[in-house]
Design a binder for this molecule. Structure first.
Ligand code: COA
Ligand code: AMP
Length: 631
């Protein structure tokens, strides 16, 4: 059956389509039906089945006789080490960790925050939680203590599992002091913290609160898998919204595994036993889905890569990893390829490695620019597949399903909707628009299995953020169009979210931080185009009358403030002091117009602008920062 037939079948008979897909995973008790629509517009999938994620990702492969197969390869150019873990070893390690957590009282439904770098123990911590039915929430290492504290207070974990440190090129990231700092700010206190000591930095443990990863496992009985319901939350993953309060995206266990398992064969064209590499981080959704749960559930070998595409040690690292571990499919963000291309424009390093195992490259997380796609196609000689998804959906909304059909690639488009996604372009009033017309991208409810059913303890926010603007639809927050052939084009966000090096960030959250500076009266943050990172945040600051310190000093302090409060990942380094911000007569800041000026694009003078002269001032301020950029 081809893509069109499979898509049509999922649309006309979702029950049988998804129940059949559900046969790809192991159930303790199979679900009585696929879709639970009783609470529409809130939907659930496979709600009354019972299963365990860890069983599916680990134990079942051992039970099927594949215990000697590699589950995880940790490749760390930052430490110069490689570690290989078989499924049987993974089972023993995860059961032991789960046993120790259980002995300290962690049980089904408890939340556990995981704050770890790219080490296999991060996946083991996730899987140990899954084994017990505990709900993990992984926090990315590039966030500051304050962001960690916000997440601690929101999901109130019984326990936090952290590493002593992470590694970035040229510096050690001191996780333990960040954790201690977060706990000092947070209102909620976990009962205990488990610290995985890395040899690069051994952290001091706080007696009575912290336990050592190895020591606390000593002498405990390994834990068995605890069956959970299909609608039991497997995890909470926080993502940026329009404010400083991140949204806690929930993933239900049953739909999560069914969709990911389906995607491995049909979208990524993988077979069990082959090597899949998602060069991302466990702190992001790509890491949850395609470093941990999907490749393991499907019985592949997954790569945990602790390094960067460039500088660790050079732009040939990705090719070395592909060669050494016989990677069949690589998944990363376009920004990684832009970084490689910048360091090795002719792709000379590609030729130094044997890339014969590689069959495809998947890109996601931000817009894939044509130059990057063409460069990758040219240098690697494999299909380069752009696919579009979000933290909320957990797997691709649109892509080119290599395991079904190799559809023609249209550069600039992430191809077609995946089965189960009824993607439509709507006008402001919610009417479907004709092919080729730009509008808001919405998905007709219900969303397919694996997507978010709700936000953690924030149902009203879930409804308001995603369901209220276009009743009967999920609002993606992206704008774009669909062409005559059903190919999607993703053009821009419709909200304050920007995408910096494939990392999703909220300009609203940055504005909240800037506004807290005592000399800042008013501010605006926009995303400006950047040839490496896609976008970069840029702040405009209006100072209080009588501010005592020099504007340059305020800028410096504001840059530091964002780094300290949100974290280095915000990459907030550009800010400028201006007298006034351009606004509409009703007082709305004209951010989109400022973006156009910064990017050197034509724009129409907004009819509602209060004082057009301010745009000239903004243009001058941007010119002082080198915008519009030359390349
Ligand atoms: N822990 C601590 N700090 C981190 C971090 C982590 N896990 N990840 C990033 N940071 C820091 C970086 O060190 C950098 O700090 P600096 O300001 O002191 O230099 C800052 O956060 C910004 O990081 P980033 O925007 O990623 O820039 P970079 O220069 O370190 O790397 C790329 C640029 C393009 C090489 C890198 O972003 C990349 O490989 N991205 C593609 C892959 C990816 O992660 N995709 C995510 C979703 S698929
Ligand atoms: P995240 O939740 O971090 O995965 O970010 C999701 C957002 O990244 C989407 O809403 C898009 O704005 C953007 N995005 C992800 N993949 C793509 C893609 N293939 N093309 C264009 N934008 C993308």
């Amino acid at each position: 059956m081809g893509y069109a037939d499979i898509f049509a079948r999922a649309k006309s008979d979702p029950e049988s389509f998804w129940l059949e897909a559900a046969e790809g995973i192991d159930w303790v008790a199979p679900p009585s039906k696929a879709l639970f629509a009783e609470n529409a517009p809130l939907y659930e999938w496979f709600a009354d089945g019972t299963l365990n994620s860890c069983w599916n990702a680990v134990d079942r492969h051992v039970a099927a006789g594949h215990g000697d197969r590699l589950a995880i390869i940790h490749d760390s150019p930052l430490t110069g080490t490689t570690q290989k873990i078989t499924y049987a070893q993974l089972q023993a390690r995860v059961a032991s960790l789960a046993g120790a957590l259980k002995a300290k009282g962690v049980e089904k439904g408890d939340r556990v925050i995981i704050y770890m770098p790219m080490v296999p123990e991060a996946l083991e911590a996730m899987l140990a939680c899954a084994r017990l039915g505990a709900i993990h929430s992984v926090v990315f290492g590039g966030f500051a203590a304050n962001e960690l504290a916000v997440r601690i207070d929101d999901c109130t974990p019984k326990c936090i599992i952290a590493a002593s440190c992470g590694l970035e090129p040229g510096r050690v990231v001191h996780y333990k002091p960040l954790l201690d700092g977060a706990l000092a700010i947070a209102k909620h206190s976990p009962e205990f913290c488990v610290i995985f000591q890395r040899e690069q930095e051994v952290a001091g443990l706080e007696a009575g609160r912290d336990v050592d990863w190895h020591a606390f496992q000593h002498g405990v009985a390994p834990a068995d898998c605890v069956p959970v319901e299909g609608n039991h939350p497997a995890y909470i993953l926080y993502t940026s919204g329009t404010t400083g309060q991140p949204k806690g995206v929930i993933r239900h266990t049953g739909g999560h595994l069914v969709a990911l398992n389906w995607s491995m064969r049909n979208l990524y064209d993988m077979n069990p036993g082959e090597v899949f590499w998602a060069a991302s981080d466990v702190g992001w959704v790509v890491g949850h889905s395609y470093i941990c749960y999907a490749p393991l559930t499907f019985g592949c070998t997954t790569i945990v890569f602790e390094g960067k595409p460039v500088g660790t040690p050079d732009a040939g690292t990705f090719w070395r990893v592909i060669q050494d571990h016989k990677v069949k499919s690589l998944f990363t963000a376009p920004t990684a390829f832009r970084a490689i291309k910048r360091d090795d424009p002719g792709g000379d390093l590609v030729g130094e490695y044997d890339l014969s195992s590689l069959e495809s490259l998947f890109l996601a997380g931000e817009r894939a620019d044509p130059d990057t796609i063409i460069w990758a196609q040219d240098k690697l000689g494999v299909p380069v597949i752009d696919h579009w998804w979000q933290t909320e959906t957990g797997w691709a909304i649109a892509g080119n399903p290599l395991g079904i059909d190799k559809l023609p690639v249209k550069i600039g488009s992430p191809s077609v909707a995946m089965p189960g996604y009824d993607v439509q372009i709507l006008d402001e009033a919610g009417h479907p628009m004709a092919p080729g017309t730009l509008g808001a991208i919405a998905i007709k409810l219900p969303l397919p299995p694996g997507t978010l059913p709700n936000l953690w303890q924030a149902e009203a926010r879930f409804r308001k953020s995603y369901l209220s603007h276009f009743p009967g639809y999920y609002e993606t927050g992206d704008a774009g169009m669909i062409d005559e052939d059903g190919y999607l084009y993703i053009m821009a966000r419709t909200d304050d979210v920007i995408n910096v090096a494939g990392h999703r960030l909220s300009t609203g959250a940055m504005e909240e931080v800037l506004a807290s500076h005592p000399d800042v009266a008013e501010c605006a943050v926009i995303g400006v185009a950047d040839s490496l990172k896609g976008q970069l945040p840029l702040g405009f600051l209006c100072l209080n009358k009588g501010a005592k310190i020099a504007p340059d000093q305020v800028v410096k302090e504001c840059v530091k403030l964002v780094r300290d409060r949100i974290g280095p990942v915000a990459a907030f380094k550009l800010a400028v002091v201006v007298d006034r911000l351009p606004k509409t007569r009703s007082g709305k800041i004209l951010r989109a117009t400022m973006v156009k000026i910064a990017d050197g694009e034509d724009f129409k003078m907004p009819a509602t602008i209060d004082d057009p002269a301010i745009l000239g001032e903004i243009r001058t301020a941007l010119a002082g920062l080198g915008y519009p950029a030359k390349d």
